[in-house]
Design a protein around this ligand. Structure first.
Ligand code: HEM
Length: 395
């Protein structure tokens, strides 16, 4: 495959199904190159890690959106992401992130272990003999967990699933008009939902994140509060669902690895890190250079340059991970860039890890004969990667 074909393939359904051969070609071509509309693509682990931590490499925030799309606030799907911490830079980012992190503490996450175990156990017991693992487990578990944390009644899981799927399309580099209209509708629905919940929690606070963030003194404007709650709900399960689906598919494809984890659940943290590396649920992070960047070797980027950091490619960089396409939970010091890095490092990483570390050993021990039962279907997305459908038999 030549370089142009490799780059083009990332924007086709076939290429998206397995982007790793294309990443290899692009990485061999260069650690960073400009393609499509002058955007820069970053392929190596070293440069991705460096740029994620460089304070002059920022996210495209409201001011940047204003410069190329003055009406972006009219699309509430776009607005809810742009006004959240994900697309905010310091000093606002620091303030938003601090407020959320103060409620999203390591203690609160660790205290979720029993609840996660109980939910996962119930879901496994309820799985019929033949089912779609994504609908029966990979969605409902993270939805139940993030809903419990935010204090959102999870009575309508399918509704959240649909809204999130429509909304997250705004993270893709290319989307159709129809997709953008659906993202707008989903943004409006989710905002309306949280407006109601915030009012309830302000009247009668509970022990949940919505109450904590909605309390006077959290330092967030009403719009920021809404955007960050929508972000946490959506980010809280879309990606974790993909981690659970990808991980289960891998364990069923590689029974010798599944047998190791079944025999020794203490291996779960290493397995989860390697699953995250091997097929990252988030494949790309977008940034721009807020000032001219000197990358060495005579390479200079102008201020305003758009950067796409190919996290999936960085995770398969042979310089950092020998024999990168092999799944090997015994690798030392895995540390994939799947949760990003620097100021925007995933706020929910400890929670996502905990859910997966609990789920995989439970699934393997409670359902020792779990097997694939038909064609697994991937979602057709470049940024958020995972299975839409994973038919299994439970034995
Ligand atoms: C940010 C991945 C689960 C909340 C991020 C970023 C990545 C990521 C790559 C950084 C994006 C960037 O730098 O542009 C993942 C993956 C997950 C996961 C792979 C699961 C396997 C969660 C969960 C939550 C969450 C469970 C729960 C609330 C967030 C938030 C941010 C974020 C709030 C924005 C942080 C900021 O901008 O400071 N995530 N995430 N994520 N994630 Fe996650």
């Amino acid at each position: 495959m030549d370089f142009e074909t490799a780059l083009g393939s990332l924007f086709t359904p076939d290429g998206r199904r397995n982007p790793y051969p294309a990443y290899d070609v692009l990485r061999e071509h260069a650690p960073i190159f400009s393609g499509l509309d002058g955007r820069w693509f970053v392929t190596t682990h070293a440069l991705t890690s460096r740029l994620l931590r460089d304070p002059s490499v920022r996210v495209a925030d409201a001011a940047v959106y204003d410069s190329f799309w003055p009406d972006w606030r009219d699309n509430r799907g776009v607005a809810s992401i742009v006004q959240s911490m994900l697309l905010t830079n310091p000093p606002d980012h620091t303030r938003l992130r601090r407020a959320a992190a103060a409620t999203f503490t390591a203690r609160r996450v660790a205290a979720m272990r029993d609840m996660i175990t109980a939910q996962a156990t119930d879901l496994i017991k309820a799985m019929p003999e033949r089912t779609d693992f994504v609908s029966a487990f990979a969605y409902p578990l993270p939805i139940a967990v993030i809903c419990a944390l935010l204090g959102v009644p999870d009575t309508d899981r399918n509704w959240f699933r649909e809204q999130a799927a429509d909304l997250t399309v705004v993270l893709e580099p290319i989307s159709t008009e129809e997709e953008m209209a659906r993202a707008d509708a989903a943004g409006r629905e989710l905002e309306d939902y949280f407006i109601g919940l915030i009012a309830e929690r302000q009247k009668a606070p509970r022990e949940d994140l919505t109450s904590a963030l909605a309390a006077a003194g959290s330092g967030l404007t009403g719009q920021e509060l809404l955007a960050n709650l929508v972000l946490m709900l959506v980010a809280g399960f879309e990606t974790t669902t993909n981690l659970l689906g990808t991980g289960l598919k891998l364990l069923l494809d590689q029974p010798e690895q599944a047998a190791r984890l079944r025999a020794d659940p203490e291996l779960a943290p290493a397995f989860v890190e390697e699953i995250l590396r091997w097929d990252s649920p988030v494949q790309m992070a977008a940034r721009y250079a807020s000032e001219p960047l000197d990358l060495g070797d005579g390479l200079h980027l102008a201020a305003g340059a758009d950067l796409n950091l190919l996290l999936g490619s960085a995770n398969h960089d042979p310089e950092r991970y020998p024999d990168p396409h092999r799944f090997d939970p015994d690798r030392p010091n895995i540390q994939p860039v799947s949760f990003g890095g620097g100021a925007h490092y995933c706020l929910g990483a400890p929670l996502a890890r905990l859910e997966a570390q609990v789920a995989f050993p439970l699934l393997l021990t409670m359902l020792p004969r779990l097997a694939l039962a038909g064609e697994a279907r991937l979602r057709d997305r470049l940024v958020l990667r995972g299975y839409a459908e994973l038919p299994v038999t439970t034995g």
